[in-house]
Design a protein around this ligand. Structure first.
Ligand SMILES: O[C@H]1[C@H](O)[C@@H](O)[C@H](O)[C@@H](O)[C@H]1O
Ligand SMILES: [Fe+2]
Ligand SMILES: [Fe+2]
Length: 338
C-alpha cells in the first residue's frame, strides 16, 4: 500500500459526522485516523488518500496492522443516525423509547434490581456464547450477532497492541453486559440494555444521539435535574455521576463483584465505552477528575477498535478460542456470579 499523505483537518461530533463533507474524489480511498490527543472535544481527524492494492478492497491505515474500513457493513459512514433507511429508522425508534424512559429514578431502580448478582453463575466464555443470539437494535453499523462483534474488537486490538493481553480481553468482554437481554439474566428490553449512555440528574447535552427525544423524558422538566450541572459538582469524578442504565454499568459491577484482576483502565473502558457524548464530543467534561482524565486516553484508544472493527468479516471462533480462554483463566475465576 502506498500512502499519499494529504492530511486534512476535520472535527468529528458524537454521531461521527465530520465538519466538512468528504470530497467525491476521496470516496473509496479515505481512511480516518483520529488524533484524540488534541482534545476530546475536537478530535482531529486526518484524512489521507491512499492507493489501495489490498485484495479485499479495504482501505488500510498506514503503519498499523488493523485495517480501517471506509464504510460500515451497510455501506454508510460509521455512526450515521440521520437519513432514511430501514436500519436507521429502527435505531431512531430505539432511541425514542430509550430517551423517554431512562430517568434518574429508573436507573436507581435498575441498580437495585440487577446489582444483587443472584441470577446465576457462569464463566466468561459461556456468556460470550449466550450473546450469539442477539443483534443490537441500537447499532446503525452492525447487524451481526454480538459474539462476532466481541471477537472482531478483540482481534483488532490484538493486531495493534500485541503485548497488552488485558486490552485484548477487554475487547472480548466489553459488551457482555448485554446478557441482561437473556431470559435467564433479566430479559430486559433493548432500550434498557444497549445504546449510548449519558448522565442523569443534570441537563441532557445536545451531542447525545437523537437528543430531540428527551422532550418526552420526565427529568427534562424537573428543575432539580435540568440545569447544566444538576445535582453534581464540577470535578466530582465520573464515579459520582449516575449514568443511564445499560450493559456498561452492569458488566463493570459484575467484574468488580467477582474480583477480576484486570487493571483499572480496563474497568474504566468497560464502564464508559458507550458514553459517546463525552469521548466523541467532549460534553460533560466538567465532571471529570484527574483520574478520569488519565483513564480517558485508554477509552479513546479502545473506541477505535470497538467502532471501526464492525464489519462483515467473520472471525474463526474455534481458531482464536484457546488464546482467549487462556486470558480468561489469567484474569478471572472459573465461574462468575451474575
Ligand atoms: O449501538 C451501540 C451499541 O449498543 C454498543 O454496544 C454501545 O456500546 C454503543 O454506545 C452504541 O452506540
Ligand atoms: Fe457496548
Ligand atoms: Fe462494542
Amino acid at each position: 500500500m502506498v500512502l499519499d499523505a494529504a492530511p486534512m483537518i476535520y472535527s468529528m461530533n458524537a454521531t461521527g459526522n465530520l465538519s466538512q463533507p468528504m470530497q467525491p474524489e476521496m470516496s473509496g480511498h479515505v481512511i480516518l485516523s483520529v488524533d484524540y490527543a488534541a482534545s476530546p472535544a475536537e478530535a482531529i481527524v486526518s484524512a489521507f488518500t491512499v492507493q489501495d492494492d489490498s485484495e479485499d478492497g479495504l482501505d488500510q491505515k498506514h503503519g498499523a496492522s488493523f485495517l480501517v474500513p471506509n464504510a460500515n457493513a451497510f455501506g454508510h459512514a460509521f455512526r450515521s443516525y440521520d437519513g432514511e433507511s430501514e436500519r436507521r429508522s429502527g435505531v431512531a425508534d430505539f432511541y425514542r423509547t430509550n430517551h423517554t424512559y431512562q430517568t434518574y429514578n429508573f436507573a436507581l431502580n435498575m441498580r437495585k434490581k440487577h446489582l444483587q448478582f443472584n441470577k446465576g453463575v457462569m464463566s466468561i466464555w459461556e456468556c460470550c456464547e449466550l450473546l450469539n443470539e442477539y443483534v443490537d437494535e441500537s447499532d446503525p453499523d452492525l447487524d451481526e450477532p454480538q459474539i462476532e462483534h466481541l471477537l472482531q474488537t478483540a482481534e483488532a486490538i490484538r493486531k495493534d497492541h500485541p503485548d497488552e493481553d488485558w486490552f485484548h480481553l477487554t475487547g472480548l468482554i466489553h459488551d457482555l453486559g448485554k446478557v441482561l437481554l437473556h431470559p435467564k439474566f433479566g430479559q430486559e428490553p433493548q432500550w434498557a440494555v444497549v445504546g449510548d449512555t449519558y448522565p442523569l440528574g443534570c441537563a441532557f447535552d445536545e451531542n447525545i444521539v437523537h437528543s430531540e427525544y428527551f422532550k418526552d423524558n420526565m427529568d427534562f422538566y424537573n428543575p432539580k435535574f435540568n440545569s447544566k450541572n444538576g445535582i453534581y459538582e464540577e470535578g466530582c469524578g465520573l464515579d459520582k455521576v449516575q449514568m443511564s442504565w445499560g450493559h456498561d454499568e452492569y458488566l463493570y459491577q459484575v467484574l468488580k463483584c467477582n474480583n477480576t484482576t484486570l487493571p483499572p483502565q480496563a474497568l474504566f473502558i468497560i464502564r464508559y465505552h458507550s458514553f459517546y457524548a463525552l469521548h466523541r464530543a467532549g460534553a460533560y467534561q466538567q465532571f471529570l477528575d484527574a483520574n478520569d482524565r488519565e483513564m480517558l486516553q485508554w477509552l479513546l484508544e479502545f473506541n477505535k477498535y470497538d467502532l471501526y472493527s464492525k464489519s462483515k468479516v467473520r472471525i474463526n471462533v474455534e481458531e482464536v478460542k484457546p488464546y482467549y480462554i487462556s486470558l480468561i483463566e489469567k484474569y478471572f475465576p472459573i465461574e462468575l456470579r451474575w
